[in-house]
Design a protein around this ligand. Structure first.
Ligand code: CAA
Length: 372
């Protein structure tokens, strides 16, 4: 039995601002955001939408276009680094809103931006191991926010991708997979901190190292494959320029000529980051937005390479194969892009200042008399 993805639903946040406007607000040259980092739009939830809203709406869309019945879901797993609780999994909030209960395995997976991929891999392996007639609902969701004034503020974003994993009607997911991990502190958010702490240079180096090691393992194992074998090569996209850096690094590692490198980038990489450029970094959902775009136009039998990276760091590379040339999840993107509201830089600034204020208010008092 080949296991794969049966349905896809996407939800983008309802508010947006241009990355270059955030740059201007912070005194950063606009070109650093647009050319240096390749950023275009930053999707925002503001205080109107939560990570649960994004996840539930993506799931509803995936379920609505699925051929199955909600009673046939045997597992719900949410990959996120935006969890609401140290104990209660985000999947419980989502399952509650979807009225999913009963003989269902429900849990949350965390590994920075790699969490959504781990959720998908576990669903695939669960389906294969149990041979269950049921399907799994996998959701990759995150809200990415940095501290006001942080250099990465222009890379923020949010989004959710829900996938029903079971039959391979949209694509099969190769059971063979190529992980690479190496513990480090490149990007982390200790319990209680609102925003992540980042060692920028370390994160860039770690991402490149992960890319090289995963692709080397894939090509060493599946000697019939090369970059040319893929219809699309999809990456985790913390900011669009990172994908260019990663592909440049791979080109040097695999001795690709300038011509080969440009042709591969033009045909197999860059066409599949345009949805991401509309929304910014959605952490766990980022790779899956790119994969959804690649699957949307891929033809029967075409292969897609999926490279996932999560700080800390863990990474994994594997291959999907398109099965049928149909699917209307691009509608989700069209709908959300047409309906979202662009906020002004003044509104953004006001909202960020309120966030900092809220943070100060939430500080736990050390003197108990303050509690009264
Ligand atoms: N005009 C045009 N380009 C400009 C410019 C200008 N005026 N000023 C600077 N630039 C260019 C720089 O030359 C540089 O380009 P190259 O990388 O091609 O040399 C680029 O803009 C960025 O400049 P810096 O390296 O000086 O930027 P920075 O020190 O502010 O760091 C960052 C940028 C790494 C993205 C930082 O914002 C950051 O820490 N981001 C969060 C971590 C991250 O995204 N890491 C990526 C890998 S980890 C991961 O993938 C997990 C995740 O999702 C977070």
């Amino acid at each position: 039995m080949s296991v794969g993805i049966e349905s896809i639903g996407i939800k983008l946040p309802s508010y947006v601002i241009e990355a270059k406007k955030i740059a201007k607000l912070r005194g950063m040259p606009e070109e650093k955001a647009t050319i240096g980092l390749g950023c275009h739009m930053v999707g925002l939830c503001l205080d109107q939408e939560t990570v649960v809203d994004l996840a539930v709406n993506a799931a509803k869309r995936a379920i609505a276009r699925w051929k199955g019945n909600i009673n046939e879901i045997g597992m719900i797993v949410v990959g996120t680094e935006s969890s609401l609780d140290e104990a209660r999994p985000l999947s419980a909030w989502v399952a509650e809103r979807l009225q999913l209960s009963g003989h269902i395995r429900s849990y949350e997976v965390k590994h920075a931006c790699y969490a959504g991929t781990l959720a998908l891999r576990q669903a695939v392996e669960w389906k294969k191991a149990t041979n269950s007639p049921k399907s799994a609902l996998v959701i990759a969701v995150d809200v990415c926010l940095y501290a006001p004034g942080h250099a990465a503020e222009v890379t923020q974003g949010a989004g959710a991708v829900a996938m029903i994993v079971g039959k391979d009607s949209i694509c099969s997911v190769d059971l063979q997979t190529y992980p690479y991990s190496e513990p480090c502190f490149d990007f982390w958010r200790p319990t209680g901190d609102t925003f992540p702490t980042v060692d920028s240079q370390k994160s860039l180096t770690a991402y490149l190292k992960a890319t090289e090691n995963c692709f080397k393992a894939l090509f060493a194992d599946q000697t019939n494959l090369s970059f040319e074998s893929f219809r699309s090569i999809c990456f985790h996209i913390p900011f669009p320029k990172m994908v260019l850096k990663a592909f440049r690094h791979l080109s040097l590692s695999f001795n690709l000529s300038e011509f080969e490198q440009h042709k591969l980038l033009r045909d197999k990489v860059l066409p599949f980051i345009t949805w991401n450029k509309e929304v910014g970094n959605s952490y766990s959902a980022s790779l899956w937005i790119s994969v959804a775009q690649a699957l949307e136009t891929a033809k029967n039998g075409e292969k897609i390479a999926c490279f996932s990276y999560g700080s800390g760091f863990g990474s994994e590379l594997f291959v999907l194969e398109r099965n049928h040339n149909s699917g209307d999840w691009a509608e989700d993107i069209k709908t959300d892009l047409s309906k979202r509201k662009e906020i002004s830089i003044e509104e953004y600034d006001k909202w960020r200042k309120k966030e900092v204020f809220k943070l100060e208010k939430q500080t736990i008092p050390t003197d108990l008399t303050e509690v009264a």
